[in-house]
Design a protein around this ligand. Structure first.
Ligand code: S3P
Length: 431
């Protein structure tokens, strides 16, 4: 599908965006191994989270509902059934990596794979800890999906995360639920903590402590064989989806936007601090806690920005927002430099290459680094023909760029946005 995008004169209005992708995956997976019904409100609408629901169903769990409201009838830690078919994670790295932790603790064999992009993404990062816990996992060429997982009675481990990854952390903590004793994970760079919050919410015994001499590091410990009970949960709107509209409003003169009910968990909201640090006019008039997650309204207006550097722990905290921040960088005074972002090369596509390629198509100068990119500031955006490279965040980031173009732009393979945000194009048109 091709989408045409015209320059915008000003963006305004009040938006409500779909549910958070990260939190939706976790609620669906935890609900399926909890006892009794879990009612989920505002479940993410993207294809990725529907892949998780399809997997959970294939494991013998009843899922009722449609749209954004679902009831998952969990059957407890020992209630999953060996799937009659291969599990299909679609495009979703979160589904395959996090669900593998649950599959590893089952008394059956399962196979989980996905689409062409997912089939190129490395799975060694989950195979190593799960192997140490006693599961037997085979992968194509030793590291790519599909994964064949022979579940086993797991033993608890202590695992030091070699890469900052909330998916891997979650995978190990999920497997730890099926092990005797305490499983712990150490992360030197703090990653999103939705799993820790959600597990506590469902009744798991989980603790998180700082690591001496490491400011952001954490050691997270979960006790095995907890009693998890189904409950009612509300998914906040996805800050990573809101990011596209925040940047759109910042970029286009005269814009003023309000986005309600957004998840503002501090392990996700570095985006707002980073933007505010560059001079963005952003206000959060109210904050509340829902199911342990902070939620609030974001008000944003067009602002002149200075530019900045994203590196170290900040890169990990902003990893999903870098495509749209790179676009924004070109319109700032000093530009944006991104370092320590090698992980971007193994996302849904090689995002560093895709960003630089699309920036150059619109006449924006950009330098590619092995682990990042440099986008000088004060640049003009020309209308262009963009490619999403089949990646949702690339499609949406350059749709936002096109709002500042000097004529009609085109996005090829625009349907990629549906992976996380099927309503993206109509929402963009509406504002
Ligand atoms: C996610 C973690 C991040 C992020 C992804 C969602 C999660 O991936 O990029 O979109 O929900 O845990 P990594 O764990 O690979 O950093």
């Amino acid at each position: 599908m091709q989408k045409k995008i015209l320059p915008a004169s000003a963006i305004s209005g009040a938006l409500t965006l779909p549910g958070d992708k990260s939190i939706s995956h976790r609620y669906a997976m935890i609900a399926s191994i909890a006892e009794g019904a879990t009612r989920i409100h505002n479940y993410a609408t993207g294809a990725d989270c529907h892949s998780t629901l399809a997997c959970v169903r294939a494991l013998g769990i009843d899922v009722e509902g449609a749209g954004t409201e679902f009831v998952i009838h969990g059957k407890g830690l020992d209630g999953l059934r060996g799937p009659a078919v291969d599990l299909d994670a679609g495009n979703s790295g979160s589904t395959i990596r996090m669900l593998s932790g649950i599959l590893a603790g089952q008394p059956f064999r399962s196979r989980i794979g996905g689409d062409e992009s997912l089939s190129r993404r490395p799975m060694q990062r989950v195979m190593t800890p799960l192997g140490q816990m006693g599961a037997e996992i085979r992968a194509r060429e030793g590291q790519f999906p599909p994964l064949e997982i022979q579940g086993a009675p797991l033993h608890s481990i202590h695992y030091d995360l070699p890469v900052p990854s909330a998916q891997v952390k979650t995978c190990v903590l999920f497997a730890g639920l099926f092990a005797e004793g305490e499983t712990s994970v150490t992360e030197l760079v703090r990653s999103r903590d939705h799993t820790e919050i959600a597990l506590r919410e469902f009744g798991a015994d989980l603790s998180s402590t700082g690591i001496p001499a490491c400011v952001s590091g954490r050691r997270i410990t979960v006790a095995g064989r907890p009693h998890l009970s189904g409950r009612e949960v509300v998914v906040p709107s996805d800050l990573s989806s809101a990011a596209f509209f925040l940047v759109a409003a910042l970029l286009v003169p005269g814009s003023r936007l309000s986005i309600g009910g957004v998840g503002l968990n501090p392990t996700r909201s570095a985006l707002l601090d980073f933007l505010a640090g560059m001079g963005a006019k952003i206000h959060i008039p109210n904050l509340e806690s829902i199911n342990g997650e902070l939620v609030g309204e974001i008000l944003v207006e067009h602002s002149a920005l200075q530019g900045g550097t994203i590196d170290g722990g900040l890169t990990a905290a902003l990893i999903d927002e870098i495509p749209v921040l790179a676009v924004l960088g070109a319109a700032t005074r000093d530009g944006i430099t991104v370092r320590d972002a090698g992980e971007l090369r193994i996302k849904e596509t090689d995002r560093i290459r895709a960003i630089v390629d699309n920036l150059r198509r619109m006449g924006v100068e950009a330098g590619e680094l092995p682990d990042g990119l440099v986008v000088p500031g004060r640049q003009k955006f020309r209308a262009a023909e963009f490619d999403s490279f089949g990646d949702h965040r690339i499609a949406m980031a350059f749709a936002v760029a096109a709002l500042r173009g000097d004529g009609e732009s085109v996005m090829n393979s625009a349907e990629a946005a549906s992976v996380s945000f099927p309503e993206f194009w109509e929402t963009l048109e509406r504002i």
